[in-house]
Write a protein that binds this ligand. Structure first.
Ligand code: FES
Length: 109
């Protein structure tokens, strides 16, 4: 699906019920590794590759709004991808999420 006037194309990736509250689900969408997360009823999508040294971020339980890199423990806010704890300095790429008819779609340009 593509929204008129936008270059972002949305890919349907999951049913809402497949992403439990407080969890991150690992997905491969259009060749990119992503985490789809639900926190306090809102859905967020971020890259699943840590910008520090390329470690794959695991799915599973989040710590509040944060995902923690398993290699050197950098932390990222899934709401916008911002790095909140070193040693990483760059943010994760974040992607727009669309909820429609019980389905979750992730936007990519
Ligand atoms: S690879 Fe993620 S903090 Fe180093």
């Amino acid at each position: 699906m593509q929204i008129a006037g936008s270059r972002v194309k949305y890919f349907p990736v999951a049913n809402i019920s497949q992403v439990p509250e407080g969890q991150a689900v690992h997905l491969n969408v259009n060749g990119r590794a992503l985490l789809l997360c639900q926190v306090e009823g809102q859905f967020y999508a971020v890259s699943a590759i840590c910008p520090h040294a390329g470690q794959k971020l695991y799915g599973g339980r989040l710590q509040g709004w944060e995902v923690v890199c398993p290699l050197h423990r950098a932390r990222f806010d899934v709401r916008n991808g911002a790095c909140t704890a070193a040693p990483a300095a760059e943010a994760l790429h974040s992607f727009p999420v669309l909820l429609e008819a019980g389905k979750v779609s992730i936007g990519m340009s």
